[in-house]
Design a protein around this ligand. Structure first.
Ligand SMILES: Cc1cc2nc3c(=O)[nH]c(=O)nc-3n(C[C@H](O)[C@H](O)[C@H](O)COP(=O)(O)OP(=O)(O)OC[C@H]3O[C@@H](n4cnc5c(N)ncnc54)[C@H](O)[C@@H]3O)c2cc1C
Length: 495
């Protein structure tokens, strides 16, 4: 049997949009790069709801590294114009509907059971829901066009570290390949192939969030505005047509995401709080159980049917995972490979992109052999960010049975996101202000003070007021203004 041996500067495991984008940048800068993936594009992937931060980072990477063909993806309008066949949805903001308590979702003149937070002022400049099968395929093609060598349908059989900047990767595919590289990037997401082969210990047990998910793509899901009309809800003062948003149906025991794509399907997933739920059935049976135990969802989803692609329901028992180290002298992992908290605030795409930005800068500045200190900083930063995101998310789960408290904890996230977006323009890459001592301290302190209390130990008014006062220095977009009646018209920084 002939074994083909190839030498690369950088081997990237995983050709999702994260690995592929990093490959494109590094190829542009003259590195010899390969991408290795067990699948073949187009393939299903979850993680679809983008944010203003994600658009800004992608725009900056595309402009700075001459990846012009990615620029249209940073806004819904230009995306539709340039890539009508790469499917996506329009996302004007985040919408929440509360079905909790004894009486379920109810309409009130002040929209007390609703929260809409607009991120953009028109469809043209809106964010997007990424139909990942198409989007990742495009990113991978861009990388190949820039010179990355793609090994698809290829499993990593073994990784051997034979010395500093000497890696041997054995591949399993039609041919027998052995790849030699000076540096490895693990971008395999939840598979974390390199991290596992290096036996990096996990810190998942230190995370506060504990949730699980069932999800897929569905057809014939009715528009949410029809469901609202059925409830007699006035939408005149809504800041955007509600179907053009990331919709969160919040229950006492979890929440459902609903993301509509222009080409027809809707992504839906229910995320359970594991404090109150344990899966008992096969994934497709879990949907039936979910609908039976949440009759309101039957009305929201009506006659929906599983889409042909992917054609099955997926289940993740615990979404949270975290490795204690995300980089060494000659290797690194992208954020989604190093860990994950939860889809609640849609932090994943932007976190991946900021990880790509940082790794690209390190490798371009220092090369593959001289970057140990910067890589240590990279690893520490990501770890700190995961613990920060964990608090921003866990605080919401603790208060899903009380929408006033849930909303105010969500405002802590919006303060983090909007402050980060504004600062990103002036060069900061401190994701969600995790390394800002003051903000980080406020979040940690609020979490310790408020989230450990029984709800009887402080009134909802005290809870909300305390958060409002503490985050005031970071609230530059009018969060907590009672007169807006939970309808925030425009919060994001200019893209
Ligand atoms: C349920 C859920 C919902 C989410 N929702 C959101 C959201 O709404 N918004 C948001 O911003 N983020 C969300 N995320 C996070 C988002 O999915 C990630 O940030 C994003 O997928 C990261 O992209 P990536 O390219 O780094 O990794 P991935 O997309 O995971 O790509 C990994 C690639 O590695 C390949 N691979 C895997 N194993 C191997 C192997 N052994 N050998 C070779 N190749 C391999 C895979 O085929 C794949 O192509 C969600 C995550 C989950 C789990």
């Amino acid at each position: 049997m002939t074994i083909h041996r190839e030498q690369y500067d950088i081997a990237i495991l995983g050709s999702g949009f994260g690995g592929s984008l990093l490959a494109s940048i590094l190829c542009q800068q003259g590195f010899k790069v390969c991408l290795i993936d067990k699948s073949v594009h187009p393939r299903f992937a979850i993680g679809e709801s983008s944010t203003p931060a994600a658009d800004m980072i992608l725009y900056s990477l595309a402009v700075n590294y001459g990846l012009d063909e990615l620029i249209p993806l940073c806004r819904f309008g230009t995306w539709q114009e340039s890539y009508p066949d790469i499917h996506c949805g329009c996302k004007r903001g985040f919408s929440y509907f509360w079905h909790g308590g004894d009486s379920g979702f109810q309409s009130t003149p002040n929209h007390e059971h609703e929260l809409l937070v607009a991120a953009s002022e028109s469809r043209d400049v809106a964010d997007t829901q990424w139909y990942r099968a198409d989007v990742d395929h495009l990113f991978c093609n861009v990388a190949v066009k820039r010179g990355a060598v793609l090994y698809e349908n290829t499993y990593v059989e073994g990784i051997h570290h034979t010395g500093l900047n000497h890696w041997k990767i054995r591949l399993q595919n039609d041919e027998s390949n052995e790849i030699h590289s000076s540096f490895i990037v693990d971008a395999t997401g939840g598979s974390s192939v390199l991290l596992k082969s290096l036996h990096v210990p996990k810190l998942t047990h230190q995370l506060q969030t504990n949730s699980s998910a069932v999800y897929s793509h569905f057809n014939s899901v009715p528009n949410v505005d029809q469901w609202l009309i059925g409830h007699g809800i006035q939408q005149d003062d809504y800041p955007y047509p509600v179907d053009d948003s990331a919709i969160h149906h919040v229950f006492d025991d979890g929440w459902l995401w609903q993301l509509r794509f222009e080409n027809g399907p809707t992504s839906m997933g229910f995320v359970y709080n594991n404090e109150t739920h344990h899966f008992e059935f096969q994934p497709h049976e879990e949907w039936e159980t979910l609908l039976n135990s949440h009759p309101a969802l039957k009305r929201v989803c009506a006659d929906f049917k599983l889409s042909q692609h992917p054609g099955k329901v997926f289940r993740v028992n615990r979404l949270q995972r975290l490795f204690s180290l995300n980089a060494g002298d000659d290797w690194a992992a992208l954020p989604f490979t190093a860990g994950f908290i939860d889809p609640l605030h849609s932090t994943g795409i932007a976190h991946t992109l900021i990880g790509v930005q940082r790794l690209a800068e390190i490798l371009i500045d220092c090369g593959v052999g001289n970057s140990s200190e910067r890589l240590r900083e990279y690893s520490d930063k990501i770890l700190n960010e995961f613990f920060h995101i964990d608090r921003l998310v866990a605080g919401c789960y603790r208060h899903m049975n009380n929408f006033e408290r849930f909303k105010s904890w969500t405002m802590v996230y919006f303060a983090a996101a909007t402050t980060f977006e504004q600062r990103y323009h002036s060069g900061s890459e401190d994701f969600l202000c995790a390394a800002d001592g003051e903000f980080h301290g406020i979040v940690a302190q609020l979490f310790d003070e408020l989230c450990s209390l029984n709800q009887s130990e402080c009134t909802t008014e005290q809870f909300v007021d305390h958060i409002r006062r503490e985050i005031e220095p970071f609230n530059t977009v009018g969060l907590f203004e009672p007169e807006v009646n939970n309808m925030y018209r425009y919060t994001a920084a200019e893209k």
